[in-house]
Design a protein. Sequence first.
Length: 178
Amino acid sequence: MTADPRYPIGPMPTPLTLTPTGRVEALGQVFALPADLFEAVQGLSEAQLATPYREGGWTVRQVVHHVAESHMNAFIRLKLALTEDNPVVKPYEEDRWATLADHELVPEVSLNLIDALHSRLGMLFASLDPQGDDWARPWTHPAQGRTYSVDTLLAMYAWHGRHHVAQITALRERMGWS
Ligand code: NI
């Protein structure tokens, strides 16, 4: 745990490789995210949804829409990694994405999207042979100049979902909204 409100569950862990047990745990987190995120925002008012989760940070609503966008990219990256030889994925400007008009939509739109998306994302990960080579399939992030594996992709996004849920639940606690 850390006092930095940006990282309520701590920074993304390194190295991002999973043991077989860790993989099962991460997969469970992928399947749990839609319900966890729904619960994190449940009952919040318009004003509460428009509150930044930290000073100068995204609003609760933007955090929810960001998770949908980030995990749509994760889904595409996974499909690319499973079907191409070390594909170079497309980075995107997440802070600019968060300023576009669709971030004003009610969070339910993205909660539903994430629910459907994680059914597919989780099913795809779950379909991979635990002892198979697919977990080592590489993909490259050009902005970071690094090559990762499918295993790392699961670790990254299992963490990423929990990271943003915790930003919202930590805000609720600080504000006494629960
Ligand atoms: Ni994020």
